[in-house]
Design a protein around this ligand. Structure first.
Ligand SMILES: [Zn+2]
Length: 389
């Protein structure tokens, strides 16, 4: 199996290198807009599309014309990559995964460019063709084969490089020795089947308050004033900082869960999207998707597995001890089972059910049993097994 891994490093280009980065990004913007305009024009006149090869040929011609000869200053791969990315954007549009590609403007699109080859790390610096050796904070070693890189400037003004690397992983069947059931955020961010709860990090409430204040200040500024530019930068920096804190929290949490468990059973997302408390909601909305992704790819590196439990499985209102299903109000944080009299913490009970359902599903997959067969029997057996842990 080949796994894709991304590495993001902060870059510290000097004045000249930064100017070159911006030039590359400008050329990318130009080629993107040129290609997009040509595609629309050709479609209008002939009813047909124009693909990468034809546009790449036009690109060669453009470089020879005096008014567009500035393209020669840019590394040719950056330009070709732009056309490939444009094709990808159209494919995504036709497959209804994205909206119609838009023209890039200096205002709307942050400076960025992609290079497929010849970007490498040598002697603690990032070597970018036609730019040179760029200083960076290379805070961790990379594994696998580098498949390309994106250089971009974020709204706060900092430059980053993201390497995409391919890792060859041996085919090892995941085991179910150390397993965990995870219930995602109703009031807590996560609840594990052993009753452990993970709260949304404390910084978040403070960060939200500050964001509101900064945005209020921004909205009071005159449209084209220097204060407005400054206020805008402050908002962008604050967003970046909050996102960094959030990702740090999620990376550490997912790494810990994956290190301790080889089978992680988690509910398919979106189920509870509407019923969270305000704070939990704002944090969880931004965090759950990435958390899920992190969990999945980190588990794969360690030959573990993440089992998704269908969102229509009644994990909350089924009693884990006796299987009795009863109606619960959203406000019921604790409830007593009318079948067996056990008092449940809502989320812990749900996590336990997610675990047994997840183990049942993964055992069925391993044994090649179809989804519905012996469902009840499997459920009870596994429920007892995990209940006696
Ligand atoms: Zn019960």
């Amino acid at each position: 199996m080949i796994a894709t891994k991304c590495y993001r490093f902060r870059l510290k280009p000097d004045k000249e290198q930064e100017a070159q980065f911006l030039r590359f990004a400008g050329c990318r913007r130009f080629v993107w807009n040129y290609g997009l305009a040509r595609k629309q024009e050709v479609y209008k006149t002939t009813g047909k599309g124009i693909g990468y090869n034809a546009l790449a040929a036009e690109l060669v011609a453009l470089k020879k014309q005096p008014e567009t000869s500035f393209l020669k200053e840019c590394h040719s791969q950056v330009l070709q990559q732009t056309l490939m990315d444009l094709d990808k954007a159209f494919t995504a549009f036709f497959e209804k995964r994205a909206r119609f590609p838009r023209f890039k403007t200096r205002k709307r699109s942050l400076p960025a460019f992609r290079i497929a080859q010849n970007v490498s790390i040598t002697e603690g610096k990032v070597s970018v063709p036609k730019v040179g050796q760029v200083k960076g904070r290379l805070h961790r070693p990379m594994e696998g084969t580098i498949k390309g890189a994106t250089v971009k400037q974020e709204a706060g003004g900092h430059w980053y490089i993201v390497f995409v690397s391919h890792l060859e992983l041996p085919d090892v069947a995941p085991t179910c020795e150390a397993h965990v059931g995870i219930d995602v955020g109703l009031t807590s961010f996560l609840t594990l089947d052993n009753g452990e709860k993970v709260e949304p990090p404390r910084f978040y409430r403070r960060a939200e308050r500050k964001l509101k204040r900064l945005q209020r200040r921004l909205s009071r500024c005159q449209k084209t004033s220097r204060n407005r530019t400054r206020a805008k930068l402050r908002v962008a920096k604050h967003h970046r900082r909050t996102a960094n804190q959030r990702n740090d929290f999620l990376h550490k949490l997912s790494a810990k869960l994956v290190a301790d468990h080889d089978t992680l059973c988690i509910e398919d997302l979106n189920l509870k999207g509407l019923v969270k408390t305000k704070l939990a909601k704002s944090f969880n909305d931004a965090a759950l998707g990435s958390f899920f992704q992190m969990l999945t790819y980190k588990a794969a590196y360690r030959f573990g597995q993440v089992v998704k439990v269908g969102r229509f499985y009644p994990s909350s209102k089924t009693c884990h001890d006796c299987g009795h299903v009863q109606h619960l109000e959203l406000s019921d944080r604790e409830w007593m089972c009318t079948g067996c009299g056990v008092i449940h913490d809502r989320d812990t009970n749900a996590a336990k059910n997610i675990l047994s359902e997840g183990l049942r599903l993964s055992n069925n997959v391993a044994a090649g049993i179809s989804e519905t067969k012996n469902a009840d029997e499997g459920n009870v057996r596994l429920a007892t097994a995990s209940g006696s842990r």
